[in-house]
Write a new protein. Sequence first.
Length: 317
Amino acid sequence: MKTFCSIVGIFVGMFLAIIVSEYVPILSIVILFGGGYLGGRVGEYIENSRWEREAAERQRERERVEREREEQRKREEEAQRQHQYRLQNDYLYRRQYEQRIEEERRRREEQERRVAENKRKAEEEARRKEQERRQALCARFKYISLGGYDAAYRYDYYPVNRYPSGSIPLADESARRSVWNFKDGMSSIGVGVVSDFIDGNYTREQMKNVALCVIPASTQAKNIRRYKSMCDAVAAKLPIQNGFNYITVCFDREDSRTVGKSSDTTSNLYFSSDVYGKDIILFDDITTRGTSFIQAAAELKKRGARSVRGLFLGKTV
């Protein structure tokens, strides 16, 4: 560019020198060389200006690239910070979430432990109360052994021929009258006595194999009047089997109180084989020596009864 401008300056100087040479020849030489010099300076200026512009453009491009790099770096740093922040938040969130889950699990386990503990205490309390209740029921009876069989009775029975009215305490007199009324079918005392004995000596599960049988009265009519409603009521109250028909009267016999005791008290009785494998509660109103009970219990054992226990309203004193 400098050379081009110098040549243009020389030509311009020559043109001006030709014009001026007619008037001032010396000046035309000055103009000629001055035009070349001035053209060179102008060219140099133009070339310098172009280089400066290019340098400035390159500088601006470098600055732009640097700014873009700086902005990219800042964006990457910001993205990295955001990522770290998210990771940190995610970590904190996970920690908080895990802590909440752990706390919830501990609360649930503690609640379950308390519920189980309360349930255990309630069950223990219920068992204790049930045991106390059963012990209280069992304490109402007196336990004896008749012919190797376990037996129990509720009252001491005082025969009127030896203990007339007024000679025994009022409680025993009341019990004696209740036994009389029961024999005549006018008292339900047997239901309460039998229910208390079974409920106190057997669990609900054990009761499923218990059968209530009776030592029949001397006649069929007395037997039904005295025992049938009692057996029905007890079987409806407790989960036991009604064994009223397990021992039946084949034919009536004379009352032992009028004709005396017979050596075989089971001669007029039929024993069913349904007693096989069952726990028999053999009930009678009064026992003295237990002869009738022992003979009936032996017949039941012959027919496969698993166990036989005697139960009486009273035992003769």
